[in-house]
Design a protein around this ligand. Sequence first.
Ligand SMILES: Cc1cc2nc3c(=O)[nH]c(=O)nc-3n(C[C@H](O)[C@H](O)[C@H](O)COP(=O)(O)OP(=O)(O)OC[C@H]3O[C@@H](n4cnc5c(N)ncnc54)[C@H](O)[C@@H]3O)c2cc1C
Length: 381
Amino acid sequence: MGKDILILGAGFGGLEAATGLREQLDSSNTITLIDKNDSFVIGFNKFDVMFGRRSLESVKSYYKDLAAGGVNFVQDEVKEIDLISKQVKTGSAEFNYDYLIIALGADLAPEATPGFVTGGHHFYSVESAAELWPVIETFTAGTILISIFGAPYKCPPAPFEAAFQLHDYFTGKGLRDAITIKVLTPAPSALPVSPTGTAEVERRLQERDIPLLTGHQVTALDPHTNQAVVEGHDPLDYDLFLGVPLHVPPRVVRESAFGGWIMVNHDTLETEFHNVYAVGDVTKIPVGAGAVPKAGAFAEGAAKVVVQDIVNKILGRDEPVKFDGTGVCFLEFGAGDIARLEGNFLGGETPEVLLVGPSPDFRRNKIEFETSRKGKWFNQS
Ligand SMILES: Cc1cc2nc3c(=O)[nH]c(=O)nc-3n(C[C@H](O)[C@H](O)[C@H](O)COP(=O)(O)OP(=O)(O)OC[C@H]3O[C@@H](n4cnc5c(N)ncnc54)[C@H](O)[C@@H]3O)c2cc1C
């Protein structure tokens, strides 16, 4: 008898899982994919929208165009995950499952930093990136603070990529001399998990006259005085404040038996609940003093492992699977200079993240990363 496989969240992890399962399982097995949105956007396309290079519409891939025929896509919000009765409730329906894959990503909590919602901006959702473009386009002079509020956050190089691209943008407009750009992080360095990445990022920030203030935890903004409150330091003035909002587990996961970020078996990504898996940003996979990062490449890699484990179980194969915790993130220094951060998080006692490049080939690589994902998950490129 066919099985019911339910996938919650159609981002990097959910799309890869749905596509892979549909390829390998016959139609007696039902695959249902639920997401509250109608479309998917690749993480780094948010920069294209933030800098007005592409419109909001042009970066969206619609779930009505899913490439995998025979995946039931349901646009609805997941409201409850009951792991004991094996039932998921959305706003308008209930779903039972034999296998469950939770790929709900991380929720952003801009409201957790007092004053940020009214006094600041961010580029961590595509909608907020779109709102930011007219602000950047009309900014002519003053101080821009880019602040990381705390770990974990998606795509650790992203705030630095924003700084490099702001530098390029304002240099191109002849306004750079009138604008101060500073990056603040509570961490002791730019990319604590990657000494080679940190060295290159910090060197290039310095080269562009962008101070990096490490050990700087912004706790609140005062939108009336345009000042950022920094723990243990004097307040900092700003004219434009860009924050990386605190990331929290999705509400429906916090309210489930998991209670927070989902812990999984490192090899199989199965949770403590039989046949319930979790992949991507919603998981916490501790490694040394850190954890597997929240990035699309890792969510996709994890989904491939889950697909194989479920297919093996359904087809009665006794083949072990193993998530290797490897993944690559692009690091854009601006002016077309792109490097790769190549991470191996589960290959040894401590994570290893090497900076490779920059190289002109990596621009092609980055374009290919986008078109290949859109090509395999959607009927478009
Ligand atoms: C500016 C920026 C740049 C980035 N650049 C890169 C990069 O270069 N390389 C890289 O690998 N990663 C990058 N990332 C990170 C990457 O986008 C995420 O890590 C990745 O999307 C995580 O995949 P996921 O499947 O775990 O979650 P997501 O892709 O976030 O998917 C989660 C899905 O769940 C849905 N959802 C959530 N809650 C509910 C609910 N209650 N009901 C229904 N649906 C729900 C959401 O709508 C979403 O579609 C970047 C991120 C940002 C913000």
